[in-house]
Design a protein around this ligand. Sequence first.
Ligand SMILES: [Zn+2]
Length: 106
Amino acid sequence: MAEAIAAGLVALALLFLVLQPLLLPSPTVPEPYQPPDAEETARGRALLALKEIEFDRATGKLSDEDFATLSARYQSAAIATLAGCAQCGGPMADRDRFCGRCGRAR
Ligand SMILES: [Zn+2]
């Protein structure tokens, strides 16, 4: 029984070591590469979400108040995506914290 517990602990330790880089990414390193369609994808997601909540409101699944809250959130996400990097005009997805073109923070 003790051996089984010890083996389990070793397995957990190994699993932690393997997953550690994935679970604890360095916060100082910007994302090294953005696919060219990242902007389109993020914008598409926001616009799709807008269409969905419009449909939900039309079918009575969303209250006007909830719709207003969600609509404002998705619209600001879409606008932020359209705006791109203020410094160089490079494309930025809404999840990006750093510009892929000039490397500056949003
Ligand atoms: Zn930039």
